[in-house]
Design a protein around this ligand. Structure first.
Ligand SMILES: Nc1ncnc2c1ncn2[C@@H]1O[C@H](COP(=O)(O)OP(=O)(O)O)[C@@H](O)[C@H]1O
Ligand SMILES: [Mg+2]
Length: 371
């Protein structure tokens, strides 16, 4: 294991061991874990869990479905395939000679380009389907024990990915003895639906549990590190206070620590105040908001205001009038706005036609932005 990788990383070997042991007992071959964003899921999976799995002889495959370079299905199978047989993957991939699809962020007029989107979806389905077949065929020729880590796995529950999710479930079903799966995600309601609704491909497939959050041990370890490099001692009491003020969020706490270390004379209270302003200020939200298309803003404003049926006539006519284009809007306009917003991880679909904000703080900001 590379030791110097990240000396601020708080290692969690026990938690990694717990997961691995559970797999090895053989009662489960998959687990689902959830926690809000910025709580340390990805860092744990990549820096603790995967190295521990590899040390036990597993081939570990990690994929984050929020990675937008490829569609999620293609990204997942590509990683799987590469881990099993890189040469085979290169051959098949070259055969497709597939231009990497750029995420389209342009377009002044909302509602254009539905045709292209449909065509891309069909292509994506064909590609990921073929890749999946080839990848499991290659896998079956090996004796590999695999751990597949699917980060932000709630993406598999989106409608666009239903086709692939069914194919993946089928492929994993008959290989449970050799492929263990961790599904991690930030959206508890979506994951609940994914594993708890009988019409969903992964119904009953994995027990879902909260990800063990970082707490006092983490804070103490960070304080110790600060005090080995800083002449100005940080007290555990101050650090714990900061952690709780920052809503027990490791990411924000790390920013506080950074601020403390680079401005040691200012002290803990100043570091906390600076971090809070940066983290909870309007600035980030305002920037995010300004970068959105007009149609997307209207949709978000409706969602923040409690409109649940975004496909209703009332929603359509409000969109038309706010954009000043009257009847020129249709369901595709809404659909495309929602797709863009999901691609940016701003909203998540929780059920047919039902969406929610990923970040409650942003919803709050949108609600009060005029005040
Ligand atoms: N074990 C850890 N040790 C040190 N810092 C951590 C740890 N886990 C999380 N962090 C901090 O929190 C940030 C967010 O963590 P991340 O794993 O990306 O969260 P999530 O995947 O839950 O959204 C990291 O970039 C890091 O700054
Ligand atoms: Mg993450």
């Amino acid at each position: 294991m590379p030791k110097k990788a990240n000396n601020w990383h708080f290692a969690r070997p026990k938690l990694a061991k717990t997961y691995l042991d559970l797999f090895e007992v053989g009662l489960t071959s998959a687990r689902g874990l959830f926690a809000r964003r910025r709580m340390g899921k990805t860092e744990f999976l990549k820096q603790d869990f995967i190295p521990a799995a590899e040390a036990r002889g597993y081939v570990a495959v990690y994929v984050n479905l929020w990675d937008l370079e490829l569609d999620p299905a293609t990204a997942l199978v590509s990683e799987f395939y590469k881990a099993v047989e890189p040469k085979g993957f290169d051959r098949v991939w070259a055969h497709f000679k597939r231009p990497i699809k750029k995420v389209k962020a342009s377009g002044k007029v909302p509602g254009i380009g539905e045709g292209t989107v449909e065509a891309e979806l069909a292509d994506d389905n064909r590609l990921s389907g073929t890749l999946l077949m080839e990848a499991v065929r290659a896998f079956d020729k090996t004796k590999i024990k695999m751990i597949l880590v699917i980060d932000e796995a709630q993406v598999l529950a989106y409608d666009d990915n239903a086709h692939f999710a069914h194919a993946l479930r089928a492929a994993l079903d008959i290989r449970k003895d050799r492929i263990k799966v961790i599904f991690a995600g930030s959206s508890e309601p979506t994951l609940r639906r994914m594993f708890g609704v009988s019409s969903e491909p992964f119904y009953n497939w994995a027990p879902l549990e909260p990800f063990e959050l970082l707490g006092r041990d983490f804070v103490e370890a960070m304080v110790e590190r600060v005090n080995t490099i800083s002449k100005y001692e940080l007290s555990v009491v101050d650090a714990l206070h900061a952690f709780s003020q920052l809503k027990n969020t490791p990411e924000f706490f790390r920013r506080y620590v950074e601020h403390y270390v680079s401005n040691p004379l200012d002290g803990s209270a100043a570091a906390l105040a600076a971090t809070k302003t940066r983290v909870f200020s309007d600035e980030g939200f305002k920037q995010q908001w300004d970068a959105l298309l007009a149609a997307d803003k209207v949709i978000l404003a409706m969602l923040a205001g409690g409109v649940t049926d975004l496909h209703s006539k009332a929603a359509l006519s409000r969109l038309g009038s706010e954009l000043g284009i009257g009847d020129a809007v249709n369901k595709n306009t809404i659909q495309n706005a929602l797709r863009r917003l999901s691609d940016k991880n701003i909203v998540t679909k929780i059920d047919y036609g039902l969406y929610q904000f990923e970040d409650e703080a942003l919803a709050d900001w949108v609600r009060h932005r005029d005040a």
